[in-house]
Each structure stands twice: as C-alpha cells, then as structure tokens.
Design a protein around this ligand. Sequence first.
Ligand code: ATR
Length: 286
Amino acid sequence: MTQHYIVIGNPIAHSKSPEIHAQFATQSGSDISYRRQYCPDDASSFTAVIEAFFNGGGVGANVTVPFKQIAYDCCAARGGLSEHAKVAGAVNTLSLNKTLIDSGTPIAEAIYGDNTDGQGLVNHITSLDWPLAGARVALIGAGGAARGVILPLLRADISSLTIANRTLSKATDLVKELGTASDTIDQHHIDTCATSELSGQFDIIINATSIGLSGDTLPLADDLQAQYAYDMMYGRTLPFLQHFSKRGAQTSDGYGMLIGQAALSFERWTGHNIDVVKATDALSRR
Ligand code: ATR
C-alpha cells in the first residue's frame, strides 16, 4: 500500500524534497507518494494542515521555512520532541508517536517532532572524510540554522566549538538557551565572539548565516584560517567558500546536507537505510 508523505512550507514550489525522496524510494524499493504542501504563514493554518494530513492516513512530513519553530511548539504540546528537536528549538520531521497511538491517544495529539538537519550536516562532513573527532570548529551564525547543528557537532567529539555572530549578544544568548534545553550540553565548552573578531586557525569552519542569499560578504579577519570550509547554503557560487578556497581550504556547499537530512527522515519513517552517496550521484545526473 502506498505510504503518503508531504513537505510543508511557504513558499514550497522550489522544494527539491519530492525528487530526493522519490530517489530514496527507488533505491529502497518503497511504495511512497511525497508531495509539496503549501500552507498560509500562521500557526493555526499549520496545525490544521498537519492534523488533516495525519488524520487522513499520512505517515510523515518534513517541515521547512517558515514553520520549523511553529512545528516545535505544536509537537511540544502534543506527541513530544526528540532531544535533537529540543536542542535545535526547531522541528523538520514529523511522524506519529506510536506509543501514544497504541495507548489510545487521538492521532492529532500524537504528532511527534524530530530534527535531522544537524545530523545531516555531520553525516555529510563525515562522508567527505573531513575529520570531526578532535577538530576545532568555528560556526558562524546564531539563528535557527546554526542552532540546529550544535548538538550533532558536539556529539561528533569535536575538541572545541566557537560560535561567531555579527550580533554577539545573539550568540551568547543562544549558548545560554542550549544549557537549558539539554543537560547533556556543557555550555562552558562553547566560546562566542563577534564574526569580525573570529581569528586564528580552525580545522573546520561552517557558515550557518543566511548571508549567501543576500550577496553581502562576511567581515572575516585576515588571519582567520581553516583547513575545511562548509557553507550550509547550496546551489550557487558562495563567496564564503571562494574566500577559504583561495587560502587553500577544501570546501563544500550544503547540498549533501540537504540529502543527508532527508535520508535520515526517510530512514526514521520507513526503517530502510539509504546509501546517501549513491542517491546524491543519481540526483546529480538528472
Ligand atoms: P536562519 O533560520 O537561516 O538561521 P535567522 O534565524 O534569521 O535565519 O539567522 C540568520 C543568521 O545570519 C544570523 O546569525 C544573522 O546574524 P545576526 O544575528 O547578527 O542578524 C546572520 N546574518 C544574516 N545576514 C547577515 C549579514 N549580512 N552579515 C552577517 N551576518 C548575517
């Protein structure tokens, strides 16, 4: 029987998720339908859309801009949140909490939220053979995208994490919030600074700002060096990657992260393991 999935966003027409999940379905021999779902930009519309979807037999949903925080609030009040979602403060993957369903909870009250974005990044970096264990990592940005990757980075045994942001107070506030969201995070091991003050040698530097969309450039110090540079944006020439490439760094955009987070959602919904490298190859040949 066909299993139904959606990705909810606004706008949503550009989303690559249906093609990505169709590729996973081909690879794993699964019978799925996965479609784009537009939703008006307010919490009550979002709630109505996901209730109708799950009540109608839907199995899982991805959540994208601008609904990741709304999805977090919605699941916090219903079927619960994974630790990754709690620390991220955002949800990108919805499913039904089977334990609650089995104990008679109505479907709409059993919607559960997870976040696979950060582990998607870590899995992609690992597949590139960039060494994370013991790495000194600099993360630029203190918005939702940055917050979403912190727990998986810390779990990958990095030796230090420095969070740099244009507005320093947002970085320090973020680190304080992490300490309250999870008791497994030791916030004293995370440094913060203004982006323009970030200096010295890092193993891996990650751009989690939204600057790639604006055409602006980050105010990076002359002595800032990294062996590997990753931009969570994808799909065009990214000045951040050009900057570090000229200084001899290996670089990657965030396309592999996009596939990686999707693969983790698919695996959690269906139980099938996805060969992400093979899926990425097949998608890039289109
Ligand atoms: P997202 O959910 O994509 O993380 P966000 O929460 O709006 O979006 O966060 C955007 C991030 O990009 C912030 O860290 C922001 O820095 P500020 O906190 O100082 O606003 C950063 N950012 C956006 N435009 C920037 C620019 N032109 N220069 C430097 N940082 C920028």
